[in-house]
Design a protein around this ligand. Structure first.
Ligand SMILES: Cc1cc2nc3c(=O)[nH]c(=O)nc-3n(C[C@H](O)[C@H](O)[C@H](O)COP(=O)(O)OP(=O)(O)OC[C@H]3O[C@@H](n4cnc5c(N)ncnc54)[C@H](O)[C@@H]3O)c2cc1C
Length: 337
């Protein structure tokens, strides 16, 4: 078992998205990780692996880090399981972080799982909150995640091994801007035995090719549920979204009805959102949906049932036919039907 006392500092994996920017979720995690590092009186360290990693450092520097460890190489342009795992594992062995946090993305989930195995440590996935456990041990992280389809929240600790690792659902924390003085930049040398590479990645789809809308980054989200009633009505949500620069999302029901693609699902099995405004139309407010919307600044819900559970979460509750409200908005903005 690894010796806990040797492990220090809070690390965040600063994933690079679509070869063009730091993943917003990594920046969100840095905000929360800063609080934890302050409480522990330890350093907050971002880890970046990329082609031309230097270009991402100015953005990361604005999010409260004390240090950035980075590796640059053309083989790091795309995520490669073997290369990334070997290189980051070496960094863990060299610097021994106490806590290592990853965005809950395809890359973050794949990499953290492999690293946890290599380090023989625990990994908690899709965490929705983090704090330090009081009165147990100084650096014991208490993670909170939904379980059993979101019906309960469980608290998980990793008391015996280090680093303590978890992946965090995008949209869980808010980005915080803070630039510390004298940030230490540590460039590590890329070295990897090419003989070990059995799979060569020659290309990957970019954000522009992907159908997924960046729901987790949207400032205004219009959510539709079963109460919208039909595909024809649901299409009006897109019209309103286009006009208002918003994004459409929704519950599991419109996916089952074939009104909406799966990647727009909000909730425990979909996206977590944190917009300035969430307009929930014809949505009952099942817990599996609500866990994905609680970080919204303001929630307006429209439902014909005055006892709909969504009203317990909403800031403004409108008991009305959602389609009437939708039609009224389209009329108000003079959006053609
Ligand atoms: C393991 C598991 C994971 C799940 N993951 C998710 C998830 O990630 N996201 C998710 O959303 N769901 C998820 N679900 C499904 C979830 O439990 C609910 O079934 C779903 O969220 C309900 O969707 P809804 O509110 O659109 O439909 P309903 O529950 O059918 O609610 C429809 C609402 O519309 C109202 N209504 C009807 N007509 C009108 C009208 N004209 N105007 C206004 N209101 C009207 C009704 O009063 C009702 O409150 C999951 C379920 C399981 C078991």
């Amino acid at each position: 078992m690894n010796e806990k006392k040797e492990y220090n500092d809070v690390w965040v994996f600063a994933e690079i998205k679509d070869h063009e920017r730091v993943h917003p979720c990594a920046l969100e995690i840095l905000g929360k990780a800063r609080e934890i590092a302050d409480d522990l009186n330890q350093n907050l360290v971002a880890v970046v692996l990329s082609l031309e990693a230097e270009q991402y450092l100015p953005v990361i520097k604005k999010h409260g880090v004390d240090k950035i460890i980075y590796l640059s190489h053309q083989n790091l342009k795309h995520y490669h399981e073997r290369i990334f795992t070997d290189l980051v594992h070496e960094l863990i062995e060299k610097y021994k972080p106490s806590i290592f946090l990853f965005p809950s993305t395809e890359v973050g989930n794949a990499l953290s799982a492999r690293l946890a195995y290599r380090c023989r440590t625990g990994l908690v996935s899709d965490v929705l909150d983090l704090e330090l456990e009081e009165g147990y041990a100084d650096d014991l992280l208490l993670t909170d995640k939904p379980a059993y389809g979101g019906n309960i929240h469980v608290k998980i600790i990793c008391p015996k091994t280090r680093p303590q690792m978890c992946t965090i659902t995008p949209g869980t924390f808010k980005k915080k801007k803070l630039e510390k003085e004298n940030i230490e930049l540590i460039e590590e040398n890329y070295h990897f035995d090419e003989e070990k590479i059995r799979i060569k990645i020659i290309g990957a789809p970019t954000r522009k090719d992907k159908p997924s809308a960046p729901l987790s980054e949207a400032k205004f989200v219009i959510g539709g549920g079963q109460g919208i009633g039909s595909e024809t009505n649901f299409k009006k949500l897109y019209k309103l979204a286009k006009f208002t620069n918003g994004q459409v999302g929704g519950t599991r029901r419109p996916i089952f009805n074939d009104w909406m693609p799966e990647h727009l699902q909000i909730g425990i099995s979909g996206e977590t959102i944190n917009p300035n405004l969430y307009l929930a139309l014809g949505i009952s407010g099942a817990i599996q949906h609500v866990v994905g919307i609680t970080e919204s600044d303001t929630i307006i819900a429209v439902n014909t049932d005055p006892n709909a559970p969504i009203f317990k979460t909403a800031d403004y509750c409108i008991v009305a036919d959602a389609n009437e409200i939708l039609n009224g908005l389209l009329e108000h903005y003079k959006v053609d039907d």
